[in-house]
Ligand binder design. Structure first.
Ligand SMILES: [Mn+2]
Length: 333
């Protein structure tokens, strides 16, 4: 918990910080924010990751110093592992031999660290890094603020998602107070892609359809689409959310072929519909409204199965609260 993390930082000096493979805004922002905090306290710290950092996050202060490694190759007093469900998620060998500090905001996270600080009420790990900074008596520098703000913006979908709380906005406000320019961070996150994202979106959206109920939208991305457009990892960020702009769509399924016969599936939902359960039933996981899994088999067959589970999830939401009109909940009229 937090007090153990504070004590550790006060008593030790050399720290590594890492996050999951294919790092996202919370992973990179929180890692860099923590790194700036540790340095401001006179500690030695560095961020190490297995994969490359997407271009939008490379604009964060300190991002150019992130070191790519496949195994632990230096001596640390402790290694912070940011938002990982288990110790293998960073994809870094010998990590399990380290003094590991597990920091996450997912309730489903395994207690794999020597110290585990899990706060499922935090919108992003970034919010926890801000709390840590306050708890340890650190100053929220502009660098820390920019990194933490990036984490908040990306994990809350620009403060759209249900994990956005009063506390999230309060923290964001504090970050702006110390110099964060929200428009600059948003530009970096949302308007810094290559044209390949537009080209890929065109092809993926062309496959969008609704199931018979009209409540579930489904989209596909083939390996060929990625090749033809020259798309890179990250170009498809957020595609899964797009069908949800239609009021009548309550759930969205986005299947992308990662190798012939194998698909990464992202599922999204509105309000009380729990798609984490859908993902879990296929061996994956996530949050109530945003989850994912990996699956192998016949594309059409798998899609039908997923479609069925998604409809079950919608039905369950209605059943558990008969007074609920999921459609009307999203109507402002
Ligand atoms: Mn997160």
């Amino acid at each position: 918990m937090l007090s153990q993390v504070v004590e550790l930082i006060e008593n030790k000096n050399r720290f590594g910080i890492t996050t999951h493979v294919r790092p996202d805004g919370d992973g990179v922002g929180s890692s860099l924010g923590l790194c700036w905090l540790l340095k401001s306290l006179g500690k030695e710290a560095e961020v190490i990751v297995r994969d490359g950092i997407p271009a939008s996050y490379l604009q964060l202060p300190g991002a150019d110093e992130i070191r790519r490694v496949s195994e632990i190759d230096r001596e640390y007093d402790a290694v912070f592992v940011i938002e990982c469900s288990n110790v293998d998620r960073p994809g870094i060998e010998k990590l399990e031999e380290q003094f590991v500090v597990n920091i996450d905001h997912h309730a489903t996270c395994e207690q794999f660290g020597t110290i585990n600080w899990i706060d499922a009420t935090a919108s992003a790990v970034g919010e926890m890094i801000y709390n840590l900074c306050k708890a340890i008596g650190g100053r929220v520098s502009k660098e820390i603020a920019e990194c933490v703000y990036m984490a908040l913006v990306t994990d809350t979908g620009s403060f759209h998602f249900p994990n956005t709380t009063e506390r999230t906005l309060k923290v964001a406000s504090e970050l702006v107070k110390v110099g964060v320019q929200p428009s600059r961070i948003s530009e970096a996150v949302y308007n810094s892609y290559s044209w390949s994202r537009v080209a890929l979106l065109q092809k993926v959206l062309a496959t969008a359809r609704r199931d018979e109920s009209g409540r579930i939208a489904l989209m596909r991305q083939t390996l060929a689409m990625k090749e033809e457009t020259g798309a890179v990892d990250g170009d498809n960020n957020g595609f899964v959310n797009m069908p949800l702009v239609a009021k009548e769509v309550l759930g969205s399924v986005y299947m992308r072929e990662v190798k012939p016969g194998t698909y990464r599936v992202s599922v999204r939902s509105k309000g009380p519909i729990n798609v984490a359960r859908v993902a879990e039933s296929f061996g994956g996981g996530g949050h109530k409204n945003a989850a994912g899994f990996r699956i192998t088999g016949d594309w059409d067959e798998l899609e039908r199965e997923i479609e069925e589970r998604m409809n079950e999830a919608v039905d369950l939401a209605f059943e558990s609260d008969p007074s609920l009109d999921v459609r009307n909940e999203y109507s402002l009229a």
